[in-house]
Design a protein. Structure first.
Length: 216
């Protein structure tokens, strides 16, 4: 049975690397922007100066800025968080619960931990992470995210939630409403699902995604 929502999910547009895409997300009413600090990713934001230019492109819009890291060192995360005044640190690699807790305590920042999901056993690992949010992404061999693949949303049913749930993995304008109805997330998180090419966002797809997420 689909979950029943009492409020609309908030929307994060992730892996944004062009100022025009920032402006498109702002115009469509995005709640958060994800800046990817993974050098091997096609969505890599570049150096901190490039990230600062993207943040400036948002003007006075009220957004949460989320830094996405994969197995980065504490010093690397600290440098980005303090320089850019990030609101959220998203740990999207194989970081341990202890490391996630250390980031939260030492940097005094909101921490989301991504867990790649394929089976109920993966869902069962979520309570190990005492974070401000769990990001549920699809488990695809060799990738830490951005695969464009979904997982079985029914696996979320029965999960005892002790923190915010951020649904990710293969979401796009034509399936996000069903995903929200099924899982009742606090957030939906999209990267490849609103792109015309890897790392290149499409303003029309961003607008359609946000509209459909909130319609649900």
């Amino acid at each position: 049975m689909p979950a029943i929502r009492s409020r609309m999910p908030r929307v994060k547009i992730c892996g944004v690397k062009r100022p025009e895409d920032i402006r498109a997300a702002v115009a469509s009413g995005a709640d958060a922007i994800g800046l990817n600090f993974v050098a091997r990713s096609p969505r890599f934001v570049g150096n901190l100066q490039s990230a600062q230019a993207l943040i400036a492109a948002a003007g006075t819009a009220k957004l949460l800025w989320c830094g996405v890291f994969v197995d980065a060192t504490l010093d690397e995360i600290r440098a980005a968080t303090e320089t850019l005044k990030l609101d959220v640190v998203q740990l999207h690699g194989d970081e341990s619960p202890e490391f996630a807790q250390r980031v939260k305590q030492l940097l005094n920042v909101t921490v989301w931990k991504a867990v790649r999901i394929a089976t109920a056993n993966d869902i069962a690992t979520l309570p190990k992470f005492a974070c401000d949010g769990w990001v549920l992404d699809s488990k695809v061999e060799g990738l830490h995210g951005g695969s464009g693949k979904t997982f079985d949303w029914n696996l979320v049913n029965g999960l005892k939630r002790s923190t915010q749930l951020i649904l990710s993995g293969g979401l796009h304008p034509t399936n996000v409403a069903d995903a929200v109805r099924c899982t009742s997330p606090d957030w939906v998180d999209v990267a490849s699902g609103v792109e015309s090419a890897p790392g290149v966002k499409d303003a029309a797809l961003i607008d359609a995604f946000i509209r459909e997420a909130r319609r649900s």
